[in-house]
Design a protein around this ligand. Structure first.
Ligand code: ADP
Ligand code: MG
Length: 240
């Protein structure tokens, strides 16, 4: 579903991603871990073309993205993204947040987009909140709306960048549950998270980034129990 080859990205003199090679299979759930500043968000943002890498290829759903030729909106439709700080439109209701892109980007009718939005709100357990504004919701509810909004574009891949890091501890579980449901339904997912319990339960593969390199990867049962790399050991000791 995703194939990244020789991807490099710098900000000025700072080389943030160094020749990354990574493939993700259809329905695979990959968790990215690594210290702050190791390049996790940049890697996700490159996958969604919010950042443009200097070098390398990205193939999503068998289509290579040539930035000179490809319509980025079309690529972004395939890749849903959920951010740490939700990024909902504050002046729009929940249902307007969810239907905005389907109506204006995918040219769906308002009726079709709304009925899909209601179904998605049911899926994330918020069907009673359709006409609320984001400020009337808890952080966990906002994040579930953000997930529904991303799903409304019917993406092939979902990217999550620390989706529970901004939440009060008691709200983390409801968001992780929605993500578990998505994984069970066969969504291909790349998730940056420090929730190691979740990673153990849901991830098919855990990838450790350090200084813009993939230094270790493996099944959670291996990487959490017997990390090989010294930096992985240190990182896991700090967060577990
Ligand atoms: P992580 O998500 O693993 O914490 P990031 O991908 O956000 O790491 O950042 C990796 C490095 O790139 C950091 O040193 C960060 O300061 C730098 N960086 C990220 N985005 C930008 C940007 N837009 N401009 C300049 N430097 C950036
Ligand atoms: Mg980050």
């Amino acid at each position: 579903m995703i194939k990244i080859s020789n991807l490099s990205k710098s900000f000025g003199k700072l080389e943030v991603l160094k020749n990354i090679n990574l493939s993700v299979d259809e329905k695979e759930v990959v968790v990215l871990i690594g210290a702050s500043g190791s390049g996790k968000s940049t890697l996700l943002r490159c996958l969604n073309f919010l950042e443009v890498a200097e070098r390398g290829d990205i193939i999503i759903d068998s289509e290579k993205t040539d930035l000179a030729k490809t319509n980025l909106n079309k690529v972004r439709e395939k890749v849903g993204m959920v951010f740490q700080h939700f990024n909902l439109f504050p002046h729009k209701t929940v249902i307007e947040n969810i239907t905005e892109a389907p109506i204006f980007v995918r040219k769906e009718t308002k009726e079709a987009a709304s009925s899909k939005a209601i179904a998605l709100l049911k899926k994330v357990g918020l069907e009673d909140k359709a006409n609320y504004y984001p400020e009337q919701l808890s952080g966990g509810q906002k994040q579930r709306v953000a997930i529904a909004r991303a799903l409304a574009m019917e993406p092939k891949v979902m990217l999550f960048d620390e989706p529970t890091s901004a939440l009060d501890p008691e709200l983390v579980g409801e968001v992780l549950q929605v993500m578990k449901d998505l994984a069970r339904d066969g969504m291909t997912m790349v998730i940056v998270t420090h929730e190691m319990g979740f990673a153990k339960e849901v991830a098919d593969r855990v990838i450790m980034l350090a200084d813009g390199n993939i230094i270790e990867e493996g099944h959670p049962n291996d990487i959490f129990v017997n990390p090989i790399h010294e930096r992985t050991k240190r990182f896991l000791n700090q967060i577990l």
